[in-house]
Design a protein around this ligand. Structure first.
Ligand code: SF4
Length: 657
């Protein structure tokens, strides 16, 4: 299996045993407990990553991406990395330090500093206008990279990666959008390349023969930025300056083309890596592809197609640290898949909260929740009722904590709301994840009883019960609302939904439902819409309006998801209304008023997607009978509930049961 993935490959002087590397992710844990950080990385090394690239280590204070960034050139921040390096090496892995400078994306306010950049061009992402670097500042910054590279070598890292992508400092120098200079460092494409080339050469000189990877931007996805020819020329120049591998990133943080959201089809951007690989034919070094490559099967395709020499997977290693080892062992069906939600990873990394993973809440907490052999004998018997996100995770965690677990689910399949989400364009991985839990729970010896709506009698005799019975759609009081479907009915049977639809509610579920109603389950129109595939966009399948009383459309969705999802449905013709006063559901639609102006929004189908309420009957019965239990997820509370909270509550309850 995976013959292309399994072929060893060299990055400079470093030989990797196969072609899957764990890509860089800022964790907001870099300045925290070094033992915890070491445990995080060591588990991923043990899980089979051929090489780990750390989260960005700022080369200077002014280059830090935020308060959670470590400054590698400062001894207090550098020293703890030795613990990490040693742990990864002890686990049999290899680790490279990413050298990072955010430029105009930096947030150095905590140090009383103003961000710096090639030119003073305002950034919408950081909401700041940087100061343009002068000659002295440029020389000092190049020196910062070189000093950071020396520190990396002294700490025992196996190599370094220079961050020159995603719109950070080196990318800013390369782009005509942010480099407005007319001197040795800007003015035409050759001079815009000068700074990334100088940094690469300085790092090359600083580390001797150790591997140097440059993560460069294959496509900025920002209007007016570098052309493909300019990007290709930069790749050649970086290799000539000493890069041993080119890691191809896609898109700036300011780009308005989604690159990391679930709606982005797997491997959508790998042709960009393929183009750069072709451009490097005269100066061949390994090219690394990344972005939305989720499984080893997808990686194998990318390698076999010749689009890259190595595949970088980042978030999939959060979701399942053992993805490589498990896949090599033929256990791909039990790999916990990244669902592309970003809620516990990228969204947090852009703030200050420590990164984890929605579907693997152990991520970053490996010391708090150590893996224990699932076969550990235990007299403790735990019943979990409900197999949505909270229940699935509770069952998994309880069995790893040594309990004998029975999981009851009244539906024919486990997965709960994830099965509904799995129908939304681009969200097929939600349903696939639920299926993977079937295999995980089977492997770990959980007794799964589907088609069984457990009552109090069914859980008598268990030492503890975890109630994860989930939610039901919230009913709204409105004249005529009995004509409407609820969102669960609509997801379950689209044949009940007509051509013209009004959705009452405009949160995350309503946005997802609208997307499904206009698009169908096919996510491929994304490729056409963003010029990644030739063709015509099919007309929207339905005329859809979503509406709410107050608050923004998509409120409650994640930072990096909401804008992309709302943009997608609006571009597909979905009408979005806020500030709506509801009057009634009528035969011809929904009568509303906006700013006092009454309107009948015509529809042949009205769907209510206005939140949820807990299914709490079982918990109430168990309480009445004095049966010990813990309530988790939506069954406990729907206020602010999301999948991150559901999985985390499941983990904590299962671990404690
Ligand atoms: Fe993937 Fe979501 Fe986990 Fe991030 S939080 S790694 S996107 S599943």
């Amino acid at each position: 299996r995976y013959p292309s993935v399994r072929r060893p490959v060299r990055i400079g002087t470093l030989t990797l045993p196969h072609r899957i590397v764990m890509g860089s992710m800022h964790l907001n844990r870099e300045t925290g407990d070094p033992d915890a950080l070491a445990a995080f990385y060591a588990e991923r090394a043990a899980g089979g990553a051929a090489l780990i690239v750390t989260g960005g280590a700022a080369v200077s204070r002014v280059g830090a991406g935020g308060a959670g960034y470590g400054i590698i050139t400062e001894p207090a921040h550098a020293a703890p990395w030795r613990t990490v390096v040693d742990a990864v090496h002890s686990a049999g892995g290899r680790i490279a330090l990413q050298l990072f400078h955010a430029g105009r994306y930096a947030s150095p306010a905590a140090f009383g500093l103003t961000p710096v950049a090639p030119s003073a061009v305002y950034s919408r992402f950081s909401d700041a206008t940087p100061a343009a670097l002068d000659e002295g500042g440029i020389a000092a910054t190049i020196d910062d990279f070189a000093r950071a590279a020396v520190v990396a070598r002294e700490l025992g890292f196996d190599g370094v990666e220079i961050m020159a992508s995603e719109g950070y400092l080196l990318n800013q120098f390369a782009s005509p959008v942010t480099n407005l200079r007319d001197d040795a460092w800007g003015g035409d494409a050759a001079r815009r390349r000068a700074f990334p080339v100088a940094v690469t050469r300085a790092v090359r000189d600083a580390v001797g023969d150790a591997p140097v990877i440059v993560r460069m931007s294959g496509a900025d996805l920002v209007e007016g930025s570098s052309t493909p020819d300019e990007v290709d020329a930069l790749a050649v120049a970086l290799v000539r300056a000493g890069a041993d591998a080119i890691d191809v990133g896609i898109g700036w943080h300011e780009a308005r083309v989604p690159t990391v959201q679930s709606m982005v089809p797997h491997g959508a951007f790998t042709p960009v890596a393929g183009r750069i690989r072709a451009a490097l034919a005269s100066a061949p070094v390994p090219v690394i592809a990344s972005n939305r490559i989720n499984t080893l099967a997808q990686a194998e395709q990318v390698l076999t197609a010749g689009e890259a020499d190595i595949v970088s997977m980042a978030r999939p290693f959060l979701a399942d640290p053992h993805i490589v080892a498990a896949s090599f062992a033929g256990r791909e069906a039990a790999v916990t898949l990244c669902i592309g939600c970003n809620e516990a990873c990228i969204d947090r990394s852009l703030g200050t909260e420590p990164v984890s993973c929605t579907v693997n809440p152990r991520a970053g907490r490996e010391l708090e929740f150590p893996l224990v052999a699932a076969s550990r004998p235990s007299a403790r018997r735990v019943a979990v009722v409900g197999a949505g996100p909270a229940g699935m995770e509770a069952a998994r965690a309880a069995t790893f904590a040594g309990a004998q677990v029975t999981l009851f689910e009244e539906a024919a399949e486990i997965g709960g709301q994830f099965l509904l989400a799995g129908a939304v364009p681009g969200k097929g991985d939600f349903a696939a994840l639920a299926r993977s839990f079937t295999h995980v729970l089977d492997e770990t010896g959980v007794g799964v009883r589907t088609g069984c709506a457990a009552g109090p009698e069914d859980v008598v005799g268990f030492d503890h019960v975890i109630v994860a019975t989930g939610v039901v759609p919230r009913r709204v009081e409105l004249p005529g609302v009995e004509r409407a479907l609820d969102y669960a009915q609509a997801f379950a049977d689209l044949s009940r939904v007509g051509e013209r639809v009004v959705v009452i509610g405009a949160g995350g579920i309503a946005v997802d439902l609208a997307h499904l109603l206009v698009e169908g389950e096919d996510a491929s129109s994304f490729l056409v819409e963003h010029g990644l595939r030739d063709g015509m966009l099919p007309p929207p399948r339905r005329q859809v309006t979503i509406m709410r009383r107050h608050g923004p459309i998509g409120a409650g969705m994640g930072l990096t998801t909401r804008w992309a999802a709302v943009q997608a449905i609006r571009r597909r013709g979905v009408r979005t209304l806020t500030g709506v006063e509801y009057r009634a559901v009528e035969a011809g639609g929904v009568r509303i008023a906006v700013d006092g102006v009454e309107e009948l929004v015509e529809a042949d189908t009205v769907i209510v997607a206005a939140g949820q309420t807990p299914r709490s009957a079982l918990a109430a019965e168990l309480s009445a009978r004095g049966i010990p239990h813990t309530v988790v997820g939506g069954a406990r509370n729907t206020s602010g509930l999301n999948a991150v909270a559901a999985f985390e509550e499941g983990l904590r309850a299962g671990d404690a049961a």
